[in-house]
Write a protein that binds this ligand. Structure first.
Ligand SMILES: *Cc1c(COP(=O)(O)O)cnc(C)c1O
Length: 355
């Protein structure tokens, strides 16, 4: 057991595990959940006694605020199993801090470190059989919080439910990803909630993404809402551009989510002598670089896929294809990050935490 696991949790176990009925080789991302879940409610100004219990549906009042005002936040992280059957988390403190920043922005109570970390550790400890060995096998972890208080008055709830659910996953392969650069729609705006993992940010992307899908593109590269000239994120991932041998990614801001993968890749790249520039790349620079051949790579970065190489982009109805290159920075960085996560390489950064 790792740090901060002191919180007393009531544990009710399933009578029999469903693990033997799961085809771990053919699992589609985010559709299968483990036997148990973690639940802790907030009422009358206090966090109640946390519970681990069988994964199951629960009842809410139809007027619960989450249904009407989308007062809901989440996190996404993973557990990995090494060669010795030990289970590891990757920078869980970062996810907890970000969760509580999201909570604050959405006028929700912060989850105490003790509850977040002991819930995480004890739930994963109970489900360690669900974390499979081998590169690419992970247990995707979804902490989330919803407003469960009833009443359709547009004001923050006084009752919340914090939960953690777990989903076994294979390495995520999305096929070839072509993107459209946003000229009209925006993911986030200054003063808005783009820096929070708030549920509404994602539903707001579904429609523009659907329009992109209908044109044969898988994702959108979001631009700044005011001028649509700066490249900001790719779908639900941070985005990196390699022009010649320099890696560019935008600084985090009110509009750009502070991704754990993004900052970890920056650290690894800098350690390994790749020149990284944290600054906004303009759409015009990208188009120029694509035209003169200096644009080598574009990739998304996030927990689910680690890196997601982009094969081409469309801007103002012109399609620019990226070159197929050897020694891709995206794949090198992905390998190096995975090696740390699966304990195949020394964790010189001190990022991994044993469960
Ligand atoms: C979660 C998320 C990311 C990636 O964050 P990670 O911590 O690397 O998983 C990037 N952009 C958005 C909009 C996100 O929601």
């Amino acid at each position: 057991m790792g740090l901060n696991t002191t919180s007393e949790i009531d544990i009710v176990r399933v009578s029999s595990s469903k693990i033997d009925s799961i085809d771990f080789e053919n699992i589609s991302f985010g559709t299968t959940f483990t036997d148990h879940m973690f639940v802790c409610d907030f009422r009358e100004g206090n966090w109640q006694r946390p519970q681990i219990k069988p994964y199951e549906p629960f009842l809410l009042d139809p007027s619960a605020k989450v249904f009407h005002y989308g007062q809901a936040i989440f996190e996404g992280m993973k557990a990995y199993k090494d060669e010795h059957d030990d289970v590891w988390l990757f920078r869980p403190d970062q996810n907890m801090d970000r969760f509580n920043k999201s909570a604050k922005r959405m006028a929700m109570p912060e989850v105490p470190e003790d509850i977040f970390m002991s819930g995480l550790h004890q739930l994963i400890d109970l489900e360690r059989e669900w974390v499979k060995k081998g590169l690419g096998n992970t247990l995707y972890i979804r902490p989330f919080m919803i407003a469960i208080g009833s009443g359709v008055i547009a004001a923050p709830s006084t009752q919340y439910r914090f939960m953690i659910i777990l989903s076994p996953a294979k390495s995520y392969y999305s096929g070839e990803v072509k993107v459209i650069i946003a000229e009209h729609f925006s993911r986030a705006a200054n003063g808005g909630i783009g820096a929070a993992k708030a549920a509404g940010n994602y539903s707001a992307q579904f429609y523009p993404t659907k329009l992109a899908n209908e044109k044969g593109f898988q994702q959108i590269i979001w631009t700044d809402d005011a001028t649509h000239t700066k490249l900001e994120e790719a779908g639900t991932m941070n985005v990196f551009f390699r022009i010649n041998d320099t890696l560019f990614t935008a600084p985090t801001s009110e509009r750009i989510l502070d991704g754990v993968t993004r900052k970890s890749l920056i650290s690894i790249a800098e350690r390994d002598g790749i020149n990284v520039e944290v600054r906004s790349v303009l759409v015009s620079e990208l188009v120029e670089a694509a035209k003169d051949g200096s644009l080598k790579e574009v990739f998304g970065a996030g927990t689910a896929a680690v890196v997601n190489p982009i094969v081409g982009f469309s801007y103002q109805d012109v399609y620019y294809e990226l070159p197929k290159i050897e020694n891709s920075f995206a794949l090198q960085l992905k390998d190096k990050l995975n090696s740390i996560q699966y304990k195949l390489a020394d964790d010189t950064f001190g990022w991994t935490v044993k469960v």
